[in-house]
Design a protein around this ligand. Sequence first.
Ligand SMILES: NC(=O)c1ccc[n+]([C@@H]2O[C@H](COP(=O)([O-])OP(=O)(O)OC[C@H]3O[C@@H](n4cnc5c(N)ncnc54)[C@H](O)[C@@H]3O)[C@@H](O)[C@H]2O)c1
Length: 250
Amino acid sequence: MKRIEGRVAIITGAARGQGVAEAKIFAEEGAHVVITDILEDEVKEVASQINHAGGTAIALVHDVSIEEDWKRVVQTAVETFGKVDILVNNAGIPSRLNVEEETLEGWERVQAINSRSVFLGMKYTAPEIRKAGGGSIINISSVYGIIGVKGYAAYHASKGAVRTLTKTAAMDFAEDYIRVNSIHPGMIETAMTADLFTDPDIVKWMKEVTPWPRLGKPEDVAYGALFLASDESSFITGSEIVIDGGWIAT
Ligand SMILES: NC(=O)c1ccc[n+]([C@@H]2O[C@H](COP(=O)([O-])OP(=O)(O)OC[C@H]3O[C@@H](n4cnc5c(N)ncnc54)[C@H](O)[C@@H]3O)[C@@H](O)[C@H]2O)c1
């Protein structure tokens, strides 16, 4: 028996990076995946790869900051697969500006894509997960949602919001058997961080702050999400999993 056999999972930001790893691993473990992104060609290609490999996926264009998009995505998931069991709020954008450098417009955009999206995703998906008899919501925050690092004002605020929003939602939905947890990745090599990985000084710093003798891969996060999506974590809610090679344990 596969670990999430027959479950229906919506995964956002699944055209690249961690979202692709989550989509492929969830499909390999038996889930029907509804993968979404603003990058239409890329997300369709990921769905095609999953279907060719024997999995079941559909791709939808979806801006996670837009309420109407969420209604359409959830409705399409239900029309296509009959229910929703799992939501991974993964889509996000970086911002590397400190408080004085950040503009109000930039601040609002980061909150809309990284944090408002998580609120909207839970708001429109939870009723369907409730109808399915319960399930799991996984919100991708960051170690930057727990600690402070110089020069990331809007990003830290957005990811900190995801961390505590996760905890209050876990209280709200517990009686419906809907678990809500957050994941806090450390430095993971994806398109989001590609430029950082080409800067020798930043790579040196990343290695210094990460006790484990390698940096993170998308699959490291995806397997944490799989655990939280599966019944193996059935008594875990309102919790947070840090996947950072030991960075913030120091
Ligand atoms: N890479 C890291 O080191 C790291 C560390 C901690 C947390 N995270 C978080 O992990 C998540 C995944 O990041 P990643 O590293 O895979 O980044 P990525 O840039 O490779 O992928 C993010 C995906 O989100 C999509 N996206 C952006 N804006 C969107 C929108 N408005 N609507 C829908 N989709 C949108 C992008 O098109 C992209 O496919 C993000 O929430 C990110 O903040 C990443």
